[in-house]
Structure formats: C-alpha cells, structure tokens
Write a protein that binds this ligand. Structure first.
Ligand SMILES: [Zn+2]
Length: 137
C-alpha cells in the first residue's frame, strides 16, 4: 500500500487558485488555436494554382436571320466558354476551349479555397491575439 501525502501551502488563497485555473484554460485555448493555425497553414501548402475570375458556358445566337438559332433557343450555337476577370480595374472576358475552361475552373476553385483558408487564418490569429490580451478596440 502506497500512501501519498500532499502538502498544500498555507499562503495559496482563493484568488491565486482561480488565476492558476484561468491561466491553464488560456494555455489550453491557445494550444487549440495554434493547432488550428498549423492545420490551416498545412492545408494552404497543398493548394495548387490559383486564378481569379469566373468561367461561364454560353450558347449564342449568330444574328443571321435565316439561322434557326434566331427563334429556337435549343438551336443556339455553342457551348462557348469564357473566362471573365479584372485587369487594372477593368473587366476582361476571353474565350476558352473546353479543356482550358476545365483547367481554369479548377484553378478558380483553388482560389476560392485560398480565400476561405486566409479568412480562417485571420480569424484564428484574432482569437490568439485575444487570448494573449492584445487590445483589439
Ligand atoms: Zn445561328
């Protein structure tokens, strides 16, 4: 049989105990946020190419009066793929092949993932700043 005697120093008051518990909770919360940050940063490192803009698939009318596309929406020409993006504050739209559109769509999806991950990193950092009592007002 093993007996364990624990000596509690007399000078530890209630306020001290609570502060120690609070520090421990804060340390654990910080550790959780650090893990979240690490996880998000690792996910960020796996991201492929990123492209801004959007891809559209359209069917068009040609403008010739004799063409069936004039009256019949199902007879329209296409699909045509376009990539629309901003350059120097102006909206640019270019035509793509179907394969190019597929590639660009993947890169645009990666860009959306990038933006979500960056937003997550910023939110985690704000919580870490709060836990480290950095004023945010
Ligand atoms: Zn036509």
């Amino acid at each position: 049989m093993l007996y364990l005697t624990v000596y509690i120093p007399q000078d530890i008051d209630q306020r001290n105990c609570m502060s120690t518990k609070g520090d421990e909770r804060r340390r654990q919360a910080l550790e959780r946020e650090h893990q979240q940050h690490r996880k998000t940063a690792e996910e960020l490192a796996t991201l492929g190419y990123v492209l801004q803009g959007s891809i559209a698939r359209r069917w068009m009318t040609c403008g010739k009066a004799a063409c069936p596309c004039t009256d019949d929406p199902t007879a329209r020409h296409g699909p045509y793929y376009t990539w629309t993006f901003k350059r120097g504050g102006k909206t640019v739209c270019v035509y793509l092949t179907a394969d190019q559109a597929t590639l660009c769509s993947q890169w645009i999806n990666n860009n959306r993932r990038l933006e979500r991950l960056v937003a997550k990193l910023r939110a985690v950092t704000r919580r870490i700043a709060q836990l480290q009592q950095i004023p945010s007002k």
